[in-house]
Design a protein around this ligand. Structure first.
Ligand code: UD1
Ligand code: CA
Length: 471
């Protein structure tokens, strides 16, 4: 498998291409029911590498720096719309109320793209591995004169895929399996579903579609024949079959996840990251890890994690939505939740949870702690079992700990509260008031020592036990 997922280099080439050529719009088909997923969740919202399926198609298409993105939703449209609009990128969602075929699905984007001039690229929301470079190749074919470009692949087992009928470089037509003759079924060059054409042309061609076929659907694939009838030229660009893998079942989703993990591990190793046991480390599609970082076995990365060079993520840690700076050490058994920011050489040790908190340079939170909604100053030392009591049941409150402060073990910091720089808390203190710079906070019951008391107490208890046995 040689698929590189989110290659950074692609962005540059997309820009150069964009400078040379016209605008692009993505049309992502995502109306399908995904019946075989056996799920209440629309298929394109199932996650791969911590990101919904449709976002993978979007990521590939983003390499073309599209001016417009239209998502065609149908089944579970409400949830799909919410997921699409919650994202930063501007996605227009259009509704396909009735599923009358892929041609009909693309047609739903017509109004949204009404004023748009440029190329339209049709992608499937359930096909996550199309490489940006492949889309680039399709755009090159467009630029060198093909009116319609179809992405094809040599199928090891062509199954029910649409077959590409070629005449040299020219694509004559696409025939769906159900409509194909035995001779056509023998063709192994198949249709991936990805299409590129001038937007206005595409909708004109769709006007020429009919649903007189085995499935009674408006096949997008028929635009090739319509185009040829109009004297336009269609071509196929090919890619590796692995890129065209579509997700229809949970088993396929799991297989795709395994494929993505392999890709991410290979990418990390190639980028100079040490993975002690690569097969036990799980990444998200967007995980970024710097050179010479070390990731020990059994580490899980959730969405939105950046780990800088020379950091060490020790075994059995779970990280999401966080940033780990150079030289920091995390774990073993640490949990970094969204908003955790570790500065250089910070240390977060075993059974420590950090959420929405900044741990400044060289600060240490080494054992059994919860630090949430807090800032911990440079070089501060947080003793074992320290807890920020950040939640009162309704509101969240912040804790601020100054530089070089020493927080004694088992300190409860009842937020909002501030511990100054160079300040200290005594072990077991419940901090309910601010502690000034350089001051010490002590808040615990005074201890007494009673000589001989333990022996007397044990004697009494043992006597009681003996009496009970005698009864
Ligand atoms: C389609 C192609 C086939 C190709 C195969 C690749 C057509 C007619 N056939 O077949 O040549 O080999 O994909 O996987 O295009 N969708 C909608 N609305 C619809 C119909 C489909 O949004 O009304 C979406 C689906 O959610 C899916 C995609 O379009 O993401 C493909 O639809 P699907 O029914 O899976 O097409 P196939 O029959 O597999
Ligand atoms: Ca399909």
């Amino acid at each position: 498998m040689t698929i590189a997922c989110y290659a950074a280099s692609v962005k540059t080439s997309a820009r150069t291409r964009k400078e040379q050529i016209m605008a692009t719009a993505l049309i992502i088909l995502a109306a399908g029911q995904g019946k075989r997923m056996n799920s209440d969740l629309p298929k394109v919202l199932h996650e791969l590498g911590g990101t919904p399926l449709f976002a993978h198609a979007l990521a590939a298409g983003s390499a073309l720096a599209p001016d417009r993105v239209v998502l065609v939703a149908g089944n579970g449209a409400e949830a799909v719309t919410k997921a699409a609009t919650d994202r930063d990128d501007e996605i227009e969602v259009v509704l396909q109320e009735e599923r009358l075929g892929t041609g009909h699905a693309v047609d739903q984007a017509r109004t949204a793209l009404g004023g748009f001039t440029g190329d339209a690229i049709v992608l499937y929301g359930d096909t996550p591995f199309i490489r940006p470079e492949t889309l680039e190749a399709m755009m090159e074919a467009r630029a060198s004169g093909a009116d319609v470009v179809i992405l094809g692949f040599e199928a090891a087992d062509p199954k029910r895929y649409g077959r590409l009928v070629m005449d040299g470089k020219e694509l004559l037509r696409i025939v769906e399996f159900n409509d194909a003759s035995d001779e056509e079924r023998a063709i192994t060059l198949c249709n991936s579903g990805v299409v590129a054409a001038d937007s206005a042309t595409l909708f004109e061609l769709i006007d020429g579609l009919s649903n007189e076929n085995a499935a009674g659907e408006y096949y997008l694939t028929d635009i090739v024949e319509v185009a040829r009838a109009k004297g336009l030229r269609a071509e196929a660009v090919t890619c590796d079959e692995a890129e065209t893998l579509g997700i229809n079942t949970r088993a396929e989703l799991a297989a795709a996840e395994a494929q993505l993990q392999d890709m991410k591990r290979a990418e990390a190793l190639e980028n100079g990251v040490t993975l002690v046991a690569p097969e036990t480390v799980f990444f998200c599609a967007d995980t970024v890890i710097g050179r010479d970082a070390v990731v020990e076995p059994n580490v899980v990365f959730g969405p939105d994690v950046t780990v800088e060079s020379n950091a060490r993520i020790r075994a059995f840690s779970h990280l999401e939505g966080c940033h780990v700076s150079a030289g920091a050490v995390v774990g073993p058994y640490a949990r970094l939740r969204p908003g955790a920011e570790l500065a250089e050489r910070a240390k977060v040790g075993n059974f420590v949870e950090i959420k929405n908190a900044q741990i400044a340079e060289g600060a240490k939170v080494n054992h059994l702690s919860y630090i949430g909604d807090a800032s911990v100053g440079e070089g501060a030392n947080i003793g074992a079992g320290t807890i920020t009591c950040n939640y009162d049941g309704v509101f969240k409150h912040r804790t601020e700990i100054g530089a070089r402060a020493f927080i004694g073990s088992d300190t409860m910091l009842v937020a909002p509260v501030r511990v100054g720089a160079d300040a200290m808390t005594a072990t077991g203190t419940v901090v309910t008031r601010d502690i000034a710079d350089g001051a010490m906070g002590v808040g615990r019951a005074r201890m007494e020592v009673k000589p001989g008391f333990a022996v007397k107490l044990f004697d009494k208890l043992r006597a009681k036990k003996a009496r009970q046995k005698g009864k």
